[in-house]
Design a binder for this molecule. Structure first.
Ligand SMILES: NC(=O)c1ccc[n+]([C@@H]2O[C@H](COP(=O)([O-])OP(=O)(O)OC[C@H]3O[C@@H](n4cnc5c(N)ncnc54)[C@H](O)[C@@H]3O)[C@@H](O)[C@H]2O)c1
Length: 450
């Protein structure tokens, strides 16, 4: 086999160029959103580098290793330049983006000073909110309407006004709102078809969470949608059907940032070396508003489910019962206000080697939650906008790299290993641009020439 192959020739796409400004819509303007917006503005003003962003910092190899090229991803595929991004969003609090950035305390006040005015100009529109879905928060900036369909229409008007006000060419939406409570009743008729969902909106059905109303409004307007929380927002047949009908790209769910990022880096290595696993205990402390929301057991359940599944697809316990058949996986998140956004995670991993001998691995990750999440949102909005311009619609599994619980076709298992996800992402870009896929076999370099 050749190390590079062109068997996917027919899948190359003609991608429309990224003309004009792109509006980035953020439901939820808290720590992640304000860190993203401030970061893009600091980069645009020449004060900082977009570290952690694959679209901005990473190069992609094209061609064979004896004659390679390494363009930046942002030069290889037609992405919208950072200077053409315009941010807008909704929140239940009416703090402007500067106040929100100060309140979450991720970036120092003095670092925000050069962009203070621009941040102050970004004021959240009133939100679609329901305290039944986020129990630990309440705020004044909330829309009122006779039913959920009317709320969706109000969101659409916000988007249209935003587009007109800034002369925007296109929009993209990324849910950066709080984690909603875990929903058990996902096989309800309302989630099965577009008609059923629209009926439920008109009838104000209480099982429809706000995040779905935002996603519905966006998708109806042809706006691609990413889901940064563990909510099941677009994980329903109705929403997938809606996205296909409106030619819209969707992706989710739950940004892969701290502990789960490390898990999906370490676990594939243990598995590749056929080391057994007895248990993986993950605990962390977090003191930001996200931590406060997750202090509610029903919201925590959403997070627990999304975080819990990552190891299964990596270790394949069904194929390797003797190594991974019975491992114990426990996840704890403790709300601890003194730490704010500076999360600390501890992992204890009990592994087994040759002759069943026990070993332990300890990871102590002192990370910054929103510092890790902001570049993920940036990459997602840029890639989803590109996907829409390439005519790609429905679930975008190639963006699994960015998610704890990647959305894929329901009959497939998700891919969770960060390295497989990285290959998936890069090879998808190569395929879209008509370049050869690279599989790293490399035997062909040692074949006699001629
Ligand atoms: N920071 C990370 O590393 C990370 C990683 C994975 C997932 N996430 C998820 O990203 C989301 C945002 O995280 P964050 O740290 O910015 O949280 P945050 O609490 O600072 O911000 C969320 C904001 O959403 C607002 N909100 C809640 N419901 C809303 C609604 N219906 N409409 C509009 N606004 C609403 C809240 O008022 C809040 O300001 C959370 O769901 C979180 O679980 C974050």
């Amino acid at each position: 086999m050749n190390e590079s192959t062109d068997v996917y020739d027919g899948l190359a796409r003609k991608i429309e160029p990224s003309k004009g400004k792109l509006g980035v819509l953020l439901p939820g303007m808290g720590a992640v959103s304000s860190t993203l917006i401030a970061g893009v503005q600091l980069v645009n003003a020449g004060h900082s580098q977009p570290i952690g962003s694959v679209t901005q910092m990473s190069r992609i190899r094209l061609g064979r290793r004896d004659n390679p090229q390494y363009p930046y991803i942002k030069d290889f595929v037609p992405l919208t330049p950072l200077k053409d991004l315009v941010f807008g969003g909704w929140d239940i609090y009416d703090d402007n983006c500067y106040q929100a950035a100060l309140a979450c305390g991720v970036i120092d006040k003095q670092e925000l000073e050069p962009i203070r005015k621009q941040l102050e100009e970004i004021k959240p529109w009133s939100a679609v909110f329901d305290p039944a879905f986020v129990k630990n928060l309440s705020g004044p900036n909330v829309k009122k309407a006779a039913n959920k369909m009317e709320l969706a229409e109000m969101l659409m008007r916000d988007m249209e006004d935003f587009k007109k006000q800034h002369g925007l060419e296109r929009l993209v939406m990324c849910w950066c709102g709080s984690t909603e409570v875990y929903q058990e009743n996902m096989d309800h008729e309302a989630f099965k078809t577009i008609d059923g969902f629209e009926e439920a909106l008109k009838n104000n059905l209480d099982i429809i969470p706000p995040s779905m109303i935002y996603a519905y409004a966006g998708i109806k307007m042809g706006v691609p949608f990413a889901n940064g929380s563990p909510n099941l927002t677009v994980d329903t047949p109705a929403m997938v059907e809606l996205a296909l009908k409106h030619n819209v790209a969707i992706a989710g769910k739950d940004f892969k940032t701290g502990q789960t990022l490390m898990k999906t880096i370490i676990a594939p290595g243990l598995k590749a070396r056929m080391l057994g696993l007895e248990g993986w205990f993950s605990s962390n402390i977090l003191g930001n508003r996200d931590g406060e929301v997750l202090d509610d057991p029903d919201s925590f359940r959403s997070k627990e489910v999304s975080k819990g599944s990552v190891l299964d697809s990596i270790f394949q316990d069904d194929l390797y019962p003797e190594l991974y058949g019975d491992y114990y996986h426990k996840i704890r998140i403790e709300y601890y206000p003194p730490r704010g956004d500076a999360k600390e995670g501890w992992d204890n991993i009990d592994i087994q080697g040759w002759l069943g001998q026990n070993m332990q691995l300890k990871v102590n990750f002192l990370c910054r939650d929103s510092i890790l999440a902001a570049p993920v949102v940036l990459d997602l909005v840029l890639f989803l906008d590109m996907a829409n311009r390439a005519g790609m619609r429905g679930i975008q599994e190639w963006l699994s790299f960015y998610f704890k619980s990647p959305q894929c076709r329901p009959d497939l298992k998700p891919v969770n290993s960060l390295f497989d996800q990285d290959d998936k992402l890069r090879n998808t870009l190569r395929i879209l641009m008509g370049e050869k896929v690279i599989d790293h076999s490399g035997l062909d370099y040692y074949e006699p020439k001629g």
